[in-house]
Each structure stands twice: as C-alpha cells, then as structure tokens.
Design a binder for this molecule. Sequence first.
Ligand code: HEC
Length: 409
Amino acid sequence: MRLAVLCALLLAGPLAAQDLTGHGGPVSALAAAGSVVVSGGFDGRTILWNAPGASALRIERFHEGNVTAVALTGDGGFVSAGQDGRIALWQAGAAAPLWATPAEVAPVSALAVGPGQVAAGFVDGRIARIDLATGTMQTQPAHDGRVAGVAYLADGTLASVGGDLRFARWDDTGRLLARTGLPDLPNGLTPAGEALAIPFAEGALRLLSPQGQVLRERYLTETPLVAVAAGDGVVAAAAVDGAIWLLDLPTLTPRAELPGGAGPVWALALTGETLFAAGARGVIRRLSAQDGAALGAATAALSDPLDDGSRGAQVWRACAVCHSLDPGDHSRAGPSLHGLFGRRIASVAGYDFSPELRAMDIVWTPQTVAELFEVGPEAYTPGSRMPDQRVGDPADRQALIEYLVRFAP
Ligand code: HEC
C-alpha cells in the first residue's frame, strides 16, 4: 500500500502539490490569498503557510485554547483570534504581535479585515472594531446571540449575521445602517462577488444583497452547513459531516459535490484555482476549485508514520504531523529528522531553521533528544519554533528514542 502510494507520487513528479500538514489536531479556521494560507487550530496554533511549497512560514502559539478565526491583512501579515477572546495582529518579519487586545470574557467567533480596520464578532453578540495601526478597540452590542459572521463590503461598510437570525450593516463608526431578518440560523458570512454568501444550519446556502435581501438560495443537504468561502465566480460550502459543494456565482449552480464521512470540515478558503478544506487529523486538504479533485491526497497517505506496532511508533504520531523521516523531505512544519543522531542542531540543508536554533551548540544524540522532550523545547531550545510539548513518561521517551534510532538513522 505504502509502496503504491510512493510510486504514484514519484510518477506525479516533484511538483505535485501537497496538503498542508502541521496542526496537531483539527483545524478550526482558515484564510487564503495569493500564495499564502493562514490557519488556526484546536491545538492553539496559528500557522502561516507558503501554499505552493506546503511549508509553514511561521508557527505562533499565542492564544489560550483554540484559535477560532484568522484573516490575512494583504501585506504579508495576519490577524488571529481565539477562544480566549483575544485578537492579535502579526506583521511580516516581526517576531511579536504589533498589538494584541486584552482577554475578553467571550470567545471570538468571527473576524474580517477591512480598510484600516479589523472587525471581530464575539459569542456574546458584541462586535469590535479595531484600528489596524494602533490596536485601539471599540466594542458595541450588535446581535442577541453569537455573531456568526462579519464581512466588509466594497464600500467599506461592515455586514454581520447573528444567532438572533438577523442581518445587520454598520458604517465605520458603528452606526446601524440596515437590519433584516434571516430565515434560519446563519453559520458564517463571506463577500461573494457583489453579494454576501451565508451557510445555514438547515443546509441551505443563500446569497444576500448588501441590503440583506435574499437574492438566491440553494438547498444542499439536510445537515448543517458550517463553512463557506468565495472566489472569482465560485463559492464553496461545507457541511458538518464533511461534505463539500462548489457552486457557480451568482447562479449557485452546483459544479461539484464531494461526499463527507471523514469528520467535519470546520473551515474553507479559496484562492485562485485552489480550495483549501480544514479537516480533522490536522490536515488542510488542497482541492481543485473547478471540480473538487484532490490535488494533494498523496501526502495525507504519506503522513501516516511508519508503524511497526511499537509504543515508539505511537508516540511518534504526534511528531509525524510536523516531521517526515524521509531524507530531505522538509515539506511539513518542521525539518525531516532523517539522519538526526550525530548531527548538530539546525544543520540539515534545505530547511529554514530559526536563528535561535542555529546559534545553539547541541549535537543530537539519544541523550539530548530525550532531554529535549523531558523539559520541552521552550526550556531546552529557547526561541524554537517547535511548539512547546513534552513526553513526560520516561518509558514513552525511551520508546520514542528507540523508534527514532530504528527509523531515522
Ligand atoms: C507542530 C509542529 C511540530 C511538532 C508536533 C513537533 N515538531 Fe519538532 N520541530 C518543529 C519545528 C518547526 C522545528 C524547527 C524549529 C526552529 O527552527 O526553530 C522542529 C525541530 C525539531 C528538532 C531539531 C531538529 C534539528 O535538525 O536540529 C527535533 C530533534 C525535533 N523537532 C523533534 C521532534 C519530535 C521527536 C517531536 C515529537 C515528540 C516533534 N519534534 C514534534 C515542529 C514540530
């Protein structure tokens, strides 16, 4: 099986696109533009990806609890928001956030970047408008219930939908411009051409005018739709059972339907010809926006670690989402660990290590790798981009090292 998959990959050539693997659990939030993707996970990580290379450009572990929403700022930066109610702006090249809002009592449920502003919706129905340059935040009550989505329209006004089954539109000072009722519970909101696309709990996808009038609706399923993304002439929606639809804009004529069954798809993002679908097991799938064809399925199979049935193979699973054991395969968030023992830290060619690691004087041996996961990367290799984690049980550590000695010689 593994051999067949490897052969298929070799035949497809070295340029075969790959799925994005690096989250240590289900992915909860996604945004994409051009060649970058930003994702948030239930593992508390926000990852910025170079999409063509499927490599992580940076990994941030800032939020307490899961990352509930992410957005790109268009200049290489991104915004992350969490269950902790905090919102942070990350700029290209800067190690720390430019600003971060203080912890709020309610988790953030929606996020959008507009002209000079970030808008956030909270599960308690409030909306915040935050100045992109300064981080100054103004909040106001907006919905009676969870804010399910916020989106900026072309004229700079802000649209929102909430658990109160209402659509609202606001000017840049927070003044209410329009409010209408919705036929059902909304689960998201995204600009879609001239209109706004909303996935609903009863399984319908609707297009609304900027005034909140339903322009078109399409019943797709009897399961709740939980994610939406729109691109040039196309909109995608996903249901809680993982089924995905691609539809033409503005007609909502279905182009492709992908069956579910492998767990929920919590987030979608569209850029150019590619649809990214955030699923369980930490994998962000790469699909064709034309027909839904899997573009990176080979990697999902490859990310299964070499399993010899040992305890070490089990412990390694947590590492395999970020590290390959194939020589020179640095396509995951971390470097390939092939040939680890006896090598100096951050010395393998072809992986962009952090300067902190390059400056260290450690040689990887069974002893030092065990120490790394006894105290955790934060203490053992301060400044490492590897998320802090420990293998607390000495027997598990030993099993992991023995596994690495067998498979990463
Ligand atoms: C979420 C992703 C992620 C997970 C999970 C992860 N790592 Fe890492 N790891 C990284 C990244 C990123 C780096 C490079 C850090 C840097 O450059 O600052 C790294 C670096 C390393 C290094 C140093 C490599 C070198 O060549 O110097 C070792 C060893 C390592 N990881 C082992 C492990 C093991 C063992 C596990 C599982 C217990 C694990 N990692 C889990 C992301 C991860």
